[in-house]
Structure formats: structure tokens, C-alpha cells
Design a binder for this molecule. Structure first.
Ligand SMILES: *[C@@H]1O[C@H](CO)[C@@H](O)[C@H](O)[C@H]1NC(C)=O
Ligand SMILES: *[C@@H]1O[C@H](CO)[C@@H](O)[C@H](O)[C@H]1NC(C)=O
Ligand SMILES: *[C@@H]1O[C@H](CO)[C@@H](O)[C@H](O)[C@H]1NC(C)=O
Ligand SMILES: *[C@@H]1O[C@H](CO)[C@@H](O)[C@H](O)[C@H]1NC(C)=O
Ligand SMILES: *[C@@H]1O[C@H](CO)[C@@H](O)[C@H](O)[C@H]1NC(C)=O
Ligand SMILES: *[C@@H]1O[C@H](CO)[C@@H](O)[C@H](O)[C@H]1NC(C)=O
Ligand SMILES: *[C@@H]1O[C@H](CO)[C@@H](O)[C@H](O)[C@H]1NC(C)=O
Length: 462
């Protein structure tokens, strides 16, 4: 039976626990209770590791495999021939409305807890008690195993009927990780696609020091602006980013061709499919952005030191340093797990003709240098740079859950400011507008960049 992880807020310590005597009594009772429960559960499940409680992932109840009458087989092992086809991550459904995208091995709490984390989207209500379980596959032994399974809704759902969520597939402490997992609806035996389990690649871990990946939420629209995309890649590349992850909900063929040309020229860009059906995607906040953010952070967890999560019209400009790396390192890395970069709106309705319109190519960042004076508060429209292995759950504007003792640092706008280029949302009051031409510092580098050269060859008619 599927069970829900307790949301973070329910895990906080009740106030009466501040009384030391009561703590002792409670602790005694808890020990007794725990021993009884532990005894029963060991006897029943033979799998203690799953019950070790931490703040990281707390499991309340488990899916219990029905007692088999056949005592000769291990109760939860099913013999089955499987060969695992190589599969690109993409959405696949297990019921009409539960969709899974990708899966990640997470043993950051080893040896206490090891599990596969599935990035999913499903209905916000009515999942509890559903007869859905993880099935783990291993090519070598051709067996599949039903695993204890629970789920957790990601809180930033804005009341939409669908929400990004995780499924957890708990795994014993000794076995090597499974190669693939799927969700199965037990009564019908219908299964999602087998998701290859992403694991750390030991030979690749931290090869490059201080490398940064940028994750962009699913393109929608349809998105057709190759020049905006060229500027995005060129500028972040100039600022020290070495990898880009995009999600293809609706982009035009022209944009797809452009990305493929950049890949051929050696740019490290991945474009992942985001083929959720409309009834789901339109009833999930921001086209499922919360799911793409989690996917991206876990995808890069062991290969990139830093991951920046931004939109295609948002640029993080370090103001005292040449690169994002230098800016990031001005905050001792052991002191934080996320940096919150504050938002400012640049007005695309207000070109500053005299200074900036001279560029041969009309790049947004060199054309629009008027912004609202107002710099938004942290957590409101801010964007984040994270150290991915210190993160559990990202939000859009801040981190919901840090791993262990992680914490957020708010970056002063004088050190790094986000330029957010928008058509609307700009004040008409001249008192509230300032000229900010910091981005012009990068104009020449941008215009000479390889990305813009490739763009010109493909799209610039002159
Ligand atoms: C399953 O595997 C066994 C042994 O590898 C083989 O004999 C059998 O034919 C396979 N069955 C199917 C349906 O592939
Ligand atoms: C996926 O959803 C469709 C309907 O949208 C349904 O017919 C199909 O059975 C589902 N697939 C699985 C594996 O449950
Ligand atoms: C799986 O089998 C392949 C060869 O069939 C072998 O090279 C590999 O080491 C095996 N992996 C595990 C985890 O047993
Ligand atoms: C691990 O990384 C190395 C170096 O980048 C690469 O050559 C290899 O194919 C990777 N292995 C897997 C299983 O991804
Ligand atoms: C993109 O699409 C919009 C609306 O369909 C259109 O007005 C615009 O000219 C297109 N832009 C490019 C670069 O193709
Ligand atoms: C980056 O800027 C900070 C000030 O925010 C400064 O202390 C540091 O020395 C700079 N780093 C480099 C490498 O320039
Ligand atoms: C504008 O461009 C021309 C030729 O490209 C150059 O000579 C001139 O200095 C530029 N003006 C400004 C203000 O950058």
C-alpha cells in the first residue's frame, strides 16, 4: 500500500519536548514502543534498514507484499526474464494519471538508508493507499523484486490538481543498486517504462574542479527564439558555465536544429524530451518545472560542483568578479548549499537608444539597459545556484530541503544580480527606473563568441 512521507513541517519538534524530564519519560516510552515495533517488523519484513528514522526521508508505512502461499520462494522475489533496453529519460505512465520521468540512486545516508528516488508527477490527492509499488530490475540475474515504496508531494504545487513528487524505492543495505526500476499497479500488473537508475560514475566524479551546469525549465510557447537562446548559451558560457540542460516541451524545429548545431560544435548541451500529455502538463504548476528542477539537480549531483536553476530570460551577472565560479568561491563552500540571487526586472519596452543599439546583432542584454530600481527580496523571484549533493528538494526560487546541515546564503545584489528581461511588468514611473549598463561589459565577448558565430551562419540574413 502506498504511503506518504510526512511533509517537512510535520517533522518539526513539538514545543513540550523542551522540558528535559518529559523528554526522558517520552524517550523511555519511545524506546519501548520502538523495540516492540522493531521486533515485529524485523520478523515481518526482514528488512530493518528501511526503518531507521532520519529527518532526510521518513517512512511511515510500507507497501506489504501479500503473503505468498508458496513458502519455497523468497516472499518478494519474482522470477522474470528481462533485458533492459537502453532508454532515454522521458515521461511514462503507470496509471492513467501517475507519470514517472527518471530515477536516481541515492545512498547519501549509507549505510543507514539507500533508495532509488523516482522523479514523478501525479495527482495531489488520493494517492495514499494506492496499490502501487516499485519494481527493481537487474539485467544480470534477470529477476525483478518488489520494493517497499512510499511517495512525497513536492510542496510548491500552487493548488494545482497535479504535483511534482518523488517515489522512493527502498533498497537493502548490502545489495548492489538495481539497474532499472519501474512503478507497477499491483492489481492490474500494468507497469511504467523501466527507468534506468542513474548512479554516480566513479571515474567521472569531480574530474573538473568548480564546474557549473545550468538547468532551464521546460520550454513552452512554442519557443522559437533562436537568438535569445544563442545569447543565453553564449553569455553563460562566457561566465564560466560548462553544461546546459534543457527540457523540450514545445520548441520549434529551428530551435532544435540550432541546439543540434551547437552540440556538433562541441558544446555540452542536453535537450531532454518532456512529453507529458496536455491534461497533466496544463494542470501542473509551471509545466512541471518542479519535476524538471529535481531531475536536473539529481542528474548532475556527482558530476557538477554547482548547478544554477534559471529561466531562459534570466541572467546571473557577477558584479565583482569575471566569472560565476569566482563569485561562488567568494562564499566559503562549506558554509552553504544554496546561493539565492536576487531578481531585478529589465524592461524590454524601454530601449536605451543612444548607448546600446549600436551592436551589430540585437542582443537583449545589450539593447535593454533600463531596469526597475527595485531589487526583489530573496525567495521572491530569486533564482538559485546549488551544490547539488547538498540538496534534497529544490523550489523555483529557493531550496525547500537541504541535505543534513545545508543552508542558504542570500547574495548581495552588489556581488551578483539577476537580470530578468521581461516585456511586461515594468514600472511606467520614471522615478522607479534606473539605467544599468553593467551587461555591456560583456558585449564584445558575446559578439565574438563561437555561439553567436554559429547563430549568424544559420539565421542572420544580411
Ligand atoms: C527465460 O529465461 C530462461 C533461462 O534463461 C529461458 O530458458 C526461457 O526460455 C526464458 N523465457 C522467456 C519467455 O524468454
Ligand atoms: C497510460 O495511460 C493510458 C490512458 O491515458 C492508459 O490507457 C494506459 O493503460 C496507461 N498505461 C499504463 C502502463 O498504465
Ligand atoms: C553483469 O554481467 C556482466 C557480464 O554479463 C559482468 O561483466 C558484470 O560484472 C556483471 N555485473 C554485476 C553487477 O554483477
Ligand atoms: C563514466 O565516465 C567516463 C569518463 O567521462 C566515461 O568514459 C564512461 O563512459 C562513463 N561510464 C558510464 C557507465 O557512464
Ligand atoms: C516566434 O513566434 C511568434 C508568434 O508566433 C512570432 O510573432 C515571431 O515572429 C516568431 N519569432 C521568430 C524568431 O521566429
Ligand atoms: C570576487 O569578488 C569578491 C568580492 O565579492 C572578492 O573578494 C574576490 O576576491 C573576487 N575573486 C576574484 C577571483 O576576483
Ligand atoms: C558604433 O559602431 C561603429 C562601427 O561599428 C563604431 O565606429 C562606433 O564607435 C560605435 N559607437 C558606439 C557608441 O559604440
Amino acid at each position: 500500500m502506498l504511503t506518504r512521507e510526512k511533509p517537512r513541517s510535520e517533522q518539526t519538534r513539538p514545543r513540550f519536548l523542551n522540558n528535559p524530564r518529559k523528554i526522558k519519560v517520552l524517550f523511555g516510552m519511545f524506546l519501548l514502543f520502538f523495540s516492540v515495533v522493531a521486533f515485529c517488523t524485523i520478523a515481518y519484513f526482514n528488512n530493518l534498514s528501511v526503518f531507521l528514522r532520519t529527518n532526510y526521508v521518513r517512512i511511515t508505512k510500507l507497501y506489504a507484499v501479500k503473503k505468498s502461499k508458496d513458502r519455497t520462494s523468497v516472499s518478494n522475489l519474482i522470477q522474470k526474464n528481462t533485458t533492459l533496453p537502453a532508454r532515454q529519460d522521458d515521461w511514462s505512465n503507470v496509471t492513467k494519471n501517475i507519470y514517472v520521468f527518471s530515477s536516481f540512486w541515492d545512498d547519501r545516508l549509507k549505510p543507514l538508508q539507500r533508495f532509488v528516488r523516482i522523479v514523478a508527477i501525479g495527482p495531489r490527492e488520493g494517492l495514499e493507499g494506492k496499490d502501487i509499488s516499485c519494481i527493481a530490475y537487474n539485467q544480470n540475474t534477470s529477476t525483478s523484486i518488489i520494493l517497499p515504496t512510499s511517495f512525497k508531494i513536492i510542496e510548491e504545487h500552487h493548488g494545482q490538481s497535479f504535483s511534482a513528487m518523488y517515489f522512493f524505492c527502498y533498497w537493502g543495505s548490502k545489495r548492489p543498486p538495481p539497474l532499472a526500476v519501474a512503478l507497477r499497479h499491483i492489481p492490474t500488473s500494468l507497469e511504467s517504462a523501466k527507468l534506468p537508475v542513474h548512479n554516480r560514475n566513479v571515474s567521472k566524479v569531480r574530474v573538473t574542479k568548480d564546474n557549473i551546469a545550468v538547468c532551464v525549465r521546460p520550454f513552452f510557447g512554442p519557443f522559437n527564439n533562436t537568438l535569445d537562446l544563442a545569447q543565453f548559451v553564449a553569455l553563460y558560457h562566457t561566465l564560466g558555465v560548462s553544461h546546459f540542460t534543457f527540457y523540450d516541451y514545445r520548441i520549434t524545429n529551428q530551435v532544435r536544429e540550432f541546439i543540434s548545431s551547437l552540440q556538433k560544435e562541441g558544446f555540452s548541451i542536453e535537450l531532454l524530451p518532456w512529453s507529458l500529455p496536455n491534461p497533466v502538463i496544463l494542470n501542473t504548476w509551471a509545466y512541471g518545472q518542479l519535476a524538471s528542477s529535481q531531475d536536473c539537480v539529481y542528474r548532475h549531483m556527482f558530476d557538477y560542483n554547482y548547478v544554477a536553476l534559471v529561466d531562459v530570460d534570466e541572467f546571473l551577472f557577477p558584479r565583482k568578479n569575471e566569472t560565476l565560479q569566482e563569485m561562488i568561491k567568494s562564499f566559503p563552500i562549506e558554509k552553504w548549499s544554496s546561493l539565492e540571487i536576487r531578481n531585478s526586472f529589465f524592461c524590454k519596452r524601454n530601449p536605451e537608444k543612444t548607448v546600446s543599439s549600436n551592436a551589430s546583432i540585437p542582443l537583449t542584454s545589450t539593447r535593454f539597459i533600463k531596469r526597475e530600481k527595485k531589487i526583489w527580496k530573496p525567495k521572491i523571484r530569486s533564482k538559485i545556484i546549488v551544490q547539488p549533493f547538498k540538496i534534497i528538494t529544490c523550489g523555483i526560487h529557493f531550496v525547500w530541503e537541504h541535505f543534513e546541515a545545508g543552508n542558504a546564503i542570500v547574495v548581495p545584489p552588489s556581488v551578483c544580480l539577476m537580470h530578468h528581461y521581461r516585456d511586461s511588468m515594468c514600472s511606467k514611473d520614471p522615478q522607479k527606473i534606473v539605467v544599468d549598463n553593467y551587461a555591456l561589459k560583456f558585449k564584445d565577448q558575446l559578439l565574438k563568441s563561437k555561439v553567436i558565430k554559429i547563430w549568424k551562419e544559420l539565421f542572420w540574413q544580411k
